[in-house]
Structures are given as structure tokens and as C-alpha cells.
Design a protein around this ligand. Structure first.
Ligand SMILES: Nc1ncnc2c1ncn2[C@@H]1O[C@H](COP(=O)(O)OP(=O)(O)OP(=O)(O)O)[C@@H](O)[C@H]1O
Length: 468
């Protein structure tokens, strides 16, 4: 990090801590160097180093990381020429050594075998992946609404929908879109404090603050951001104190008209063990769904990735039909699709062969086998609820009315037939039901298929729709 960059960060710190605190504590800090993740500052006195590390280190770390510097901790050294530093010769050797040693921030001081503070301090703001930009995001029918909403938020204009909630199954691009928003805001509105972190990191930060009795710092930090992005919010479900703190943070930011962006693996109303008040707050803004990819989107993603790979492997040749084959066969999630392509390119470049169908099938045999059973429990639940025109929450929820119970049993049956999930796992996905309930449901549908033509037809139609 350069002195200029530190100067720019100081302007942000001034805004957050106020003129008095800034003049007394921040201005006297001199940035020295960034060494192996440690930002070293000189301070006029030991006392000042201790004070800053206890009261402002969270904030400084946050700003440094937010500015793209990978800093895990801060160290404060008393300046050798400080007028306030006692002459070296006048002090006993031990005291001199102690004074010369770095004053480390207490929560990140020497590694302690049983302490996770060091790890937790690295979680100020999760780093943004440089590959996850809007340019590299391929838009198709299943994600066009989510993309449009993300684009709008990334303009950093007046807050129109708060929060923006992006939800969808594994590997469908939620994190990619959140990072893309953050990158775009960095360019368009560099003065904004944008904090991206996972819900898990939010919890660790909260627990750390509680343990170190630094809740005021924590609250101050989270309430001073302009845009807060929390990824995978379902993680805090069932964690009561974290949910409560999240709720207060959320309200404080919304009151200040600060933008909040959340991602989750399902719609807020369907996240089990998420407090109702949190659910209802999340539902206040714009909730958009990233649907499972369709064939065209997968093909588009593959073509885009191939263009990118061409810069690394300019000589590789892909035979006609290979990308279409992959887009057709690997429909689990985009992460798997990308992984398959990476492996294929690496393999072909190692053996110096053209990528044709034979090489693809050899190299990706396991991936292709695994994705034969590609349908997820969530997709089945969604399709069944659409088919019977009932809400997804009624498929998962406790209601026993026949109009919900029968579709639920159909969904359980299809999960057993079309996924590799065990009965207890399926039960868990259906609102925490016991495996015997699933077993009963599956058996009931097997019987009905033989005696009830309508059920047999429903099951067949759904199976075909899911396998399409
Ligand atoms: N539409 C898309 N265009 C280009 N790449 C995509 C698209 N959707 C997903 N990806 C890629 O797929 C991978 C997984 O995406 P991402 O991590 O955003 O998924 P996610 O929805 O956050 O998943 P999880 O639920 O596991 O957190 C990333 O490498 C991402 O770049």
C-alpha cells in the first residue's frame, strides 16, 4: 500500500470517527509498510499504539480490506525519533526491548493455541473475486430478473428497493452477482463504504465482539457502511443472538436509507428457523429468484468460458458438438459445469489433443455419471407446488389437509426416485419430518399409481418435466 492510498483511507476514517478522534488518534499514525498481511504503523507513544489498537483497529482493518489490501492485523511501533520516547541508554535493557517491540492490537496479538481471534480478525470484509463481474455474467431467462435488479442496485443511485434479496439453488450465481455489484460500486461510487461478507462471517464478527466486550465497535462498524451485502443468510437461521443483532443492524441501516443486499439458498419465507421478524424484514424489499439454468443459458456460459480460456490455451481446438453435449448433460449447477470445462482444457493441453467427444467422455466420466442424477429436492418441491398450484411453503410445512398432503407425498416419491438423497435427508428437506413419514409417503404413491390413473399421470408428467 502506498502513502497516497493511506491518505485516501484517512479521509474515510475522518468521516467515520469524527474530527476530534481523528486529530487525536488517527492523524498521528504513520503508515510504514505492509508485510505479510501486517500493516505496520509508527506512533509517538506506546500508550497511543495501545489505545488505537483497542479502539480503532477494527475500523482501520475494515477500511484497509475494503480498499483491496489483504491485511490481517495491525502493528504499532514507537517511532525511533519520537520526542516522547525515552532515550534508549537511560532504560534498563528489558524495558528497552519491550518498548522497541511492536505494540500489536490486543485481539490479534501473539498466536494463542486455543484462541481463534487471529482468524476472526481476517474477516473484516471478505475479498471480492476479480472474476465475478457483470461482464463475465451470462444472462438468460432463468436469471434475467436477478441480473436486472443487481444492475440497478450497482448504479448506486437512490435506494428504491431495500433490501434486494437474491435467492436460488447452489451454484446459480448469487455470489457472482453480489461481487459484481460491489465491483461496479467501487468504480461508480468509490466514496461509498461497501461491505460484503458471508452470514457466517457476520456471526464470527459478532461472537468475537461479544467475547472481547467490543459490541460498541461492532455496532459502529456495521452501522457506518453505506452498502451492506450478506451472502448465504440462511446460515444464521436458528442462531438466536446473531439473528437479533442482524435484525438491529438491518433496521439501523434501512432507517438511514442505506442499501442492503442479501442472498439465500431459498426464499426468505421458506428458511426454517429464521425468526419471523427477520423473514418479514427480508420480504419488505425486492425478492428475486435465480431459477435453475436452462440449456441455452448453460451453453452461453460454456461459450463465454471458452473465450476466456482461449487466452490461456490459444491452440486448443474443440470439436463441434462438445459444448452442446456438456450443456445438455451437466445441468446440476454452474460450478460443476465450469469445473468440468477447466478439467477438460487442462487435460487436453497436457496430452496435446483436440477436445472431441471421445476425450470429453474419458476425461469427464465421473462428472457425467454424477450428473445423471441431477435433479435436486428443491427443484422437485418447486415443480410439484407449481403443478398442483399450491405454495412451496405448504409442501414443506406442517399442514395435513389432503390438498397439501397428497402433493407432498408425490414430491417425496419423486425425490426418492430421482435423487440420490436418503429418506432421512429427504425428511429433513420437508420441514424436518421423520424418515418413516417419507417412507409412508413413498409407499402410498406407489400403491396409488396402480389404482388411481390421475396420480399415475401426475407422477409421469412431473417426472418428464423434471428430466427435461
Ligand atoms: N450466469 C452466469 N454466468 C457466468 N458464470 C456464472 C453464472 N452463474 C454462475 N456462474 C459461475 O458459477 C460459479 C458458482 O456461482 P456462485 O458462487 O455465484 O453461486 P452461488 O449461487 O453463490 O452458490 P452457493 O449457493 O454455493 O453460494 C461461479 O464461478 C460463477 O462465476
Amino acid at each position: 500500500m502506498t502513502q497516497e492510498k493511506w491518505g485516501l483511507l484517512c479521509q474515510k476514517l475522518l468521516k467515520t470517527v469524527g474530527q476530534n478522534n481523528f486529530t487525536t488518534w488517527i492523524e498521528p499514525l504513520e503508515f510504514q509498510a505492509l508485510e505479510n498481511g501486517v500493516a505496520v504503523f509508527t506512533v509517538p507513544t506506546n500508550f497511543m499504539g495501545n489505545y488505537v489498537s483497542q479502539n480503532f483497529s477494527d475500523l482501520i482493518l475494515y477500511e484497509l480490506n475494503n480498499a483491496g489490501e489483504a491485511v490481517q492485523r495491525l502493528a504499532f511501533r514507537v517511532a525511533a525519533n519520537s520526542p516522547m520516547r525515552p532515550a534508549r541508554a537511560a532504560r534498563p535493557a528489558a524495558a528497552a526491548a519491550a518498548a522497541a517491540a511492536a505494540v500489536e492490537a490486543p485481539q490479534v496479538s501473539a498466536p494463542r493455541a486455543t484462541d481463534t481471534s487471529d482468524v476472526l480478525d481476517g474477516l473484516q470484509a471478505a475479498p471480492l473475486d476479480p472474476r465475478f463481474t457483470f461482464d463475465s455474467f451470462v444472462v438468460g431467462k432463468p436469471n434475467e430478473l436477478a441480473h436486472a435488479a443487481a444492475r440497478r442496485v450497482s448504479e448506486g443511485g437512490p435506494v428504491t428497493f431495500n433490501p434486494l434479496v437474491l435467492y436460488g439453488g447452489v451454484g446459480l450465481g448469487k455470489t457472482h452477482l453480489m461481487h459484481a455489484i460491489a465491483w461496479e460500486l467501487k468504480v461508480k461510487r468509490p466514496e461509498l463504504n461497501v461491505l460484503y461478507l458471508s452470514a457466517e462471517q457476520f456471526m464470527y464478527r459478532f461472537v468475537q465482539a461479544l467475547r472481547e466486550r467490543r459490541m460498541m465497535d461492532f455496532k459502529h462498524l456495521f452501522r457506518s457502511v453505506d452498502v451492506l451485502m450478506v451472502d448465504d443468510v440462511q446460515f444464521i437461521a436458528g442462531k438466536d443472538s446473531t439473528q437479533e443483532e442482524f435484525f438491529h443492524t438491518f433496521n439501523a441501516l434501512v432507517d438511514q436509507n442505506k442499501q442492503i443486499i442479501i442472498s439465500a439458498d431459498r426464499a426468505p419465507g421458506e428458511i426454517k428457523d429464521l425468526e419471523d421478524r427477520v423473514k418479514s424484514r427480508l420480504q419488505c424489499g425486492l425478492v428475486v429468484d435465480l431459477h435453475p439454468t436452462d440449456y441455452e443459458l448453460r451453453l452461453g456460459i460454456l461459450q463465454t468460458k471458452v473465450q476466456m480460456y482461449r487466452t490461456t490455451y490459444p491452440d486448443l481446438v474443440i470439436a463441434d458438438g462438445v459444448l452442446e453435449f456438456l450443456a445438455h448433460r451437466i445441468s446440476t449447477n454452474v460450478r460443476v459445469l465450469e469445473g468440468a470445462l477447466t478439467r477438460l482444457f487442462a487435460f487436453a493441453s497436457l496430452v496435446g489433443r483436440e477436445i472431441d467427444m471421445e476425450l470429453t467422455q474419458d476425461c469427464l466420466a465421473d462428472v457425467l455419471r454424477a450428473s445423471e442424477r441431477k435433479i435436486t429436492v428443491e427443484e422437485i418441491q418447486r415443480k410439484v407446488s407449481d403443478y398442483y398450484n399450491i405454495r412451496l411453503s405448504d409442501i414443506i410445512g406442517p399442514k395435513r389437509l389432503r390438498s397439501y398432503a397428497r402433493p407432498r407425498q408425490v414430491a417425496m416419491y419423486l425425490c426418492k426416485q430421482l435423487t440420490s438423497r436418503s429418506l432421512p435427508e429427504i425428511g429433513r428437506r420437508f420441514g424436518g419430518r421423520d424418515h418413516t413419514t417419507v417412507m409412508h409417503g413413498v409407499k402410498r404413491i406407489e400403491e396409488l399409481k396402480l389404482t388411481d390413473g390421475q396420480i399415475a399421470e401426475d407422477v409421469e408428467m412431473l417426472r418428464r418435466a423434471l428430466e427435461a
